[in-house]
Design a protein around this ligand. Structure first.
Ligand code: MTE
Length: 317
């Protein structure tokens, strides 16, 4: 992905929430009597309750042509720019608090919904496990058991109006816990988008877990999307808002570098990234190089979505 050097004016991490400001806020609240009220349970609180349903029953329709990536590789080598531009951000990502987690569904829907992640999953039904290939635009790949709910169920739950054509996803925005979000040359918050037709396909999942357990923070806790036929940057993590809209969303990477990261981003070995080949991919774990597959091997499920569109580069970058 696009890497830039730290700027001289970037705020060091330890300055994020100066201790005196924090203490002062506590003193003010105490003086107003809030400390006592909260202690007595009078203050309204977001109830913390973990998402349930792990391990979920495996859906046997989704099988793999390769070994699963070792869990420690898939959970330690990742991209989550909110916590830095290196692959190993799991320590920094511990600052993310995924429970309780509020999610808003708005825009072109019958009614705006704000709901806790665990309640949303309960309402959407039983979770299932699927084995999927997953291919980053940087040409590394993994094969992973994801736990979650077909995205189609979320769309039905949201009750979009007839004019809605796209889903726009947004990640949390909190520079106090996510040092990457203090780097102001990035267009925070992270945004991604797909069409409603794509969301209704059998493959996309609203994901809450990996390897039979709740998602670790670095993989996008508590809720993310997985779109296995698209480059990994489309699979947005730690989602706090889903907006139904008739305007094509501009994604985080598209806004930074539209010539390199497009809206469709469907995997295709024939269309190279401007700066490197997409013909092969490197498997995390074994390090083996294998041929990249059209739609990452999911053409049977998704090629029909694009049958009436120009079959040119714009579909595949
Ligand atoms: N989502 C957010 N919010 N921030 C990110 O930096 N990186 C993307 C995607 N989702 C990213 C994100 C990229 S480039 C990839 S390859 C995948 O997450 C990697 O995550 P995974 O290894 O957990 O699948």
């Amino acid at each position: 992905m696009l890497i830039r050097n730290k700027q001289s004016w970037e705020m060091p991490e330890h300055m994020a929430t100066p201790e005196d400001v924090y203490l002062n806020r506590r003193q003010i609240l105490a003086a107003m009597g809030f400390g006592l009220a909260a202690g007595m349970g009078i203050m309204p609180k977001l109830a913390a309750a973990a998402i349930e349903g792990f391990p979920a029953k495996r859906n046997p329709s989704f099988t793999l042509d390769r070994d699963l990536t070792p869990e420690d590789e898939a959970t330690s080598y990742t991209n989550f720019y909110e916590f830095g531009s290196s692959k190993n951000i799991s320590r920094k990502a511990k600052r993310l608090k995924p429970d309780p987690w509020s999610l808003t569904i708005d825009g072109m829907v019958e009614e705006k919904i704000t709901i806790n992640a665990d309640e949303l999953i309960k309402k959407l039904g039983d979770q299932e496990e699927r084995l999927y290939r997953h291919r980053c635009v940087e040409a590394w790949a993994m094969a992973v058991p994801w736990t979650g709910i077909p995205l189609e169920k979320l769309v039905r739950f949201a009750r979009p109006t007839a004019s809605a054509k796209y889903l726009r996803f947004e990640t949390f925005h909190n520079p106090d816990i996510a040092p990457g979000q203090r780097q102001q040359w990035y267009p925070w918050p992270y945004v991604e988008g797909i069409t409603v037709d794509e969301a209704m396909n059998v493959l996309p999942m609203l994901v809450t877990g990996i390897y039979g357990k709740a998602l670790p923070n670095q993989n996008g806790a508590p809720i993310r999307i997985i779109l296995p036929w698209k480059y990994g940057f489309k699979s947005i993590k730690s989602i706090s808002r889903i907006t139904f809209t008739d305007e094509k969303p501009v994604s985080f990477w598209e806004e930074l570098q539209a010539k390199e990261y497009g809206f469709w981003a469907n995997v295709n070995p024939e269309y190279d990234h401007p700066r490197w080949s997409q013909k092969t991919e490197r498997l995390l774990g074994s390090g083996e190089r294998v041929p990249t597959q059209l739609y990452n091997g999911y053409a049977e499920q998704v090629a029909g979505l694009y049958a009436n569109m120009p079959q040119d580069r714009s579909l595949f970058f």
